[in-house]
Ligand binder design. Structure first.
Ligand code: ADP
Ligand code: MG
Length: 248
């Protein structure tokens, strides 16, 4: 069952067409990896899903509700409701430096959702345990490694009980040895059947964890399929050329 349906999405910045009729679906519980060269529109596509970018045409449907239909956005109250079911993890963590790790986690559930202190505390402790950072609850982000910061950012996204998690190159700012600990946490979340859309350059991870891989180039979906189809038997020359560069 499709939980996200994107059809004919169009986005331009001035004269630059960044998304050209992008269409794809994500099923509930599925892990979809989006790969493609820098500048191909991956971030813009992901940001459009949570209304951080406004598109110029096409439709986005999340859990059978239109965020935007043929270029027309739903009202702002619905927009908030729909986008609040998606959590986003960015390349650069975006943690609040002046707040401790646990306060970073607890801020939005408390102030946006008005959840009780007891509930929020319980959940932050549980999620820090899940990402292996129970001992860092009272520490400020400045004291953490990049990998630890990103694991906090993942826990923070989970605090809102999202139905869908979106990741935009979550390990691109990390050294290789820190990348692994973050991928491990993401793999664990995937195994718990979270729906995940992951923009990544980690081809090994995409092959290992993704149910489906989408290759984007120049604002278009060029090819999509299982990891085996895309990595072992790409049909399109542009996919082949990209993988040759990315894997060697
Ligand atoms: P990717 O994530 O695949 O690297 P992006 O979605 O970030 O690609 O960018 C796609 C294209 O859109 C790039 O050419 C980029 O320079 C351009 N772009 C992205 N954001 C903006 C913006 N706010 N204003 C103008 N151009 C932008
Ligand atoms: Mg990007």
């Amino acid at each position: 069952m499709a939980i996200i349906e994107v059809s004919n999405l169009k986005k331009s910045f001035g004269d630059l067409d960044v998304l050209r009729n992008v269409s794809f679906e994500v099923n509930k519980g599925e892990v979809v990896a989006i790969i493609g060269p820098s500048g191909s529109g991956k971030s813009t596509m992901l940001r459009s899903l949570v209304h951080l970018e406004e598109v110029n045409g096409g439709s986005i449907r999340v859990q059978n509700e239109y965020l935007v239909q043929n270029g027309n956005y739903t009202d702002s109250k619905r927009l908030k409701q729909i986008t609040s079911r998606m959590g986003m993890v960015f390349q650069h963590f975006n943690l609040f430096p002046h707040l401790t790790v646990e306060k970073n986690l607890e801020l939005a559930p408390r102030h946006v959702k008005g959840e009780s202190d007891v509930n929020v505390r319980h959940k932050s402790a549980e999620l820090l345990k899940k990402v292996g950072l129970s001992d860092k609850a009272g520490v400020h982000p400045g004291k953490l490694s990049g990998g630890q910061k990103q694991r906090v950012a993942i826990a923070r996204a989970l605090m809102m009980n999202p139905d869908i998690l979106l990741f935009d190159e979550p390990t691109s700012a990390l050294d290789p040895e820190l990348t692994e600990e973050v991928l491990q946490v993401m793999k664990q979340i995937a195994e718990e059947h979270m729906t995940m859309v992951i923009v990544t350059h980690e081809m090994g991870f995409a092959r290992d964890v993704a149910d489906r891989v989408i290759f984007m180039d120049h604002g278009e979906v060029i090819e999509s399929g299982t990891p085996e189809q895309i990595f072992d038997h790409p049909k399109v020359e542009r996919t082949r050329a990209f993988l040759n560069r990315a894997l060697h």
